[in-house]
Unconditional design. Sequence first.
Length: 125
Amino acid sequence: MYKRQDPTRLHQVGLFAGLDPDAYILLNSERSFDELGLGEFAKDFREERLLTVPATALAREHLGRPMPNSVMLGGFAALCDLVSVESVAKALAERFPGKVGEKNGVAARAAHDYVLREMGRPAHA
């Protein structure tokens, strides 16, 4: 059974304890850091490394299920720019052969493009 993520957990003491100000933070939410009540927290981090992505909504759209894991991988690849979305899609196809892997790759690419657009960078065609 799918359990909706609880945004109040973001305010638990110590959830982000020990994070370096240069850390990357990608949250699965349709709301911004400010809307989540994390604006004050976020000011201590590099703005270009903080982003929310509607991963559950993208997963429903591309996978037909609220399974945001692959979506988050694609989004994180765009945010940190350390791994290509093609590598993410290839790994997903190897892990989940056939249509499941293909759909997860499409979902990861959708999140990748979403994050690029949010960052003001051109998304892939």
